[in-house]
Design a protein around this ligand. Structure first.
Ligand code: S3P
Length: 424
């Protein structure tokens, strides 16, 4: 994709449904009895992978544009898959589905694309084994074979903050004997805990823990998915770093565990306002961001689990700020769809920023000013979008290699950029 310097970024947008919420709505709908109707289901390839895996397990799913209807028959209606379950690029699909499958008395093999086959699975495999499932990984990575059933509830202390692993263990816990409690080292996204009551299941929650009882039956529900908070981050940053810009994003997910990036952007001097319009089951509202003179800041490592997917967007913003942005406590970025620390450093340096890599984070500075260059996404959707936003505000033209990967979470991304810059 060729990106020219844009004069401004303006407009009012509603975004496709949040990826994290969409995955969960599909999984819970497939475990429930009765019909689940999901509106504004994510258009991203990751969420299509979740639906494809569920269909392979015998779940009846209809989709018309962004409306997804699941005719749930309860977990007992799931059938042994005839083929490998292909999660594509989606870590959420493979990890969360593993939890649901740990309760099913048949064998499945889960795998994914080249990037997913490099990502760690023992964090989910080990606790599922402790509950009684048979789980085999390939040197800790996909392909992963699961033969489930006969689970015992237990208390898990997660060594790394991971909402995917927490969700997997809660989905296994719903099918286990007794109570399953998951304790996290730091607050992370809590969409599963907020969504389960909608499906008629109660969750006992404390600040850093969630517990479910086994044998609970889920009832089909209606889920209206708010706009994707992580996709919003790239558009917010585009409006902040370009001149004469203002963007208004409507009906976006505003959960505090997803919008910590807005706090960091405000601490950097960004003019960003949010207006909460609804709060149940998730906070939803609008975001307005406009051109700002940004400066650096140091991100509190305690906030990192609540902005882990937005570090690429924040790093792009920092490439236009006065003084350094420092992010630490983010070693998880090295095992995302790509090594995001290395990918950001390479791409932003090619565009003229100064970046210092650390094992668990990075420091980004503006340097002499950004100018167009040819940069690599490494097949990672969030790297492609972060570099595209930086390129839009750089002097001259850039080229993003392998930019099609934006379809993993936000297929409409380049069309939205074109509209916002008056080029559509
Ligand atoms: C997600 C959790 C995070 C995040 C991912 C989506 C989720 O991963 O990076 O994009 O929906 O639960 P971890 O659970 O590995 O931290």
């Amino acid at each position: 994709m060729r990106i020219e310097r844009a004069p401004c970024f303006r407009g009012r947008f509603t975004l496709p449904g949040d990826k994290s919420i969409s995955h969960r709505a599909a999984l819970l709908g497939a475990l429930a009895e009765g019909e689940t109707r999901v509106r504004n289901y994510s258009s991203g390839a990751d969420c299509a992978s979740t639906l494809a895996c569920l269909r392979e397990l015998g779940v009846a799913i209809r989709q018309e544009a962004s409306a997804v209807t699941i005719a749930g028959g309860g977990p007992g209606s799931w059938r042994a898959p005839a083929a490998f379950l292909d999660a594509g690029n989606s870590g959420s699909t493979i990890r969360m589905l593993a939890g649901a499958l740990a309760g099913r008395p048949f064998r499945s093999v889960l795998t994914g694309d080249e990037s997913l086959r490099r990502r760690p699975l023992e964090r989910v495999a080990a606790p599922l084994r402790a509950m009684g499932a048979t789980v085999l990984t390939t040197d800790g990575r996909p392909p992963m074979t699961i033969e489930g059933g006969g689970l015992r509830g237990m208390t898990h202390d997660l060594p790394v903050a991971s909402a995917q692993v927490k969700t997997a263990l809660l989905l296994a816990g719903l099918q286990a004997e007794g109570v399953t409690t998951v304790r996290e080292p730091a607050p992370g996204r809590e969409h599963t805990e907020r969504m389960l009551p909608l499906f008629g299941v109660s969750v006992r929650r404390e600040r850093l823990s969630a517990a479910v009882s086994g044998g609970a039956r889920l009832r089909g529900a209606d889920v209206d998915v708010p706009g994707d908070a992580s996709s919003a981050a790239f558009l917010v940053v585009a409006a902040l770093v370009l001149p004469d810009s203002e963007v208004r994003l409507e009906r976006v997910l505003l959960s505090p565990t997803r919008t910590a990036f807005l706090e960091v952007l405000r601490a950097m001097g960004g003019r960003v306002e949010t207006r909460l319009e609804a709060d149940d089951p998730e906070p939803v509202g609008s975001i307005v961001a406009s051109s700002s003179r940004l400066h650096g800041t140091t991100v509190d490592p305690a906030l990192v689990p609540s902005l882990i997917d937005e570090v690429p967007a924040l790093a792009a913003a920092a490439a236009f700020a006065e003084g350094p942005l420092t992010v630490t406590g983010a070693g998880e970025l090295r095992v995302k769809e790509s090594d995001r620390i290395a990918a950001l450093a390479e791409g932003l340096v090619a565009l003229g920023a100064r970046v210092r890599e650390m094992p668990d984070g990075l420091v980004v500075e503006r340097g002499a000013g950004l100018r167009g260059a040819r940069v690599r996404s490494r097949g990672d959707h969030r790297i492609a979008m972060a570099l595209a936003v930086a390129a839009m505000a750089a002097e001259g033209a850039s080229e993003i290699e392998d930019s099609d990967c934006v379809a993993v979470s936000f297929p409409e991304f380049f069309a939205v950029l074109a509209r916002g810059t008056g080029r559509a």
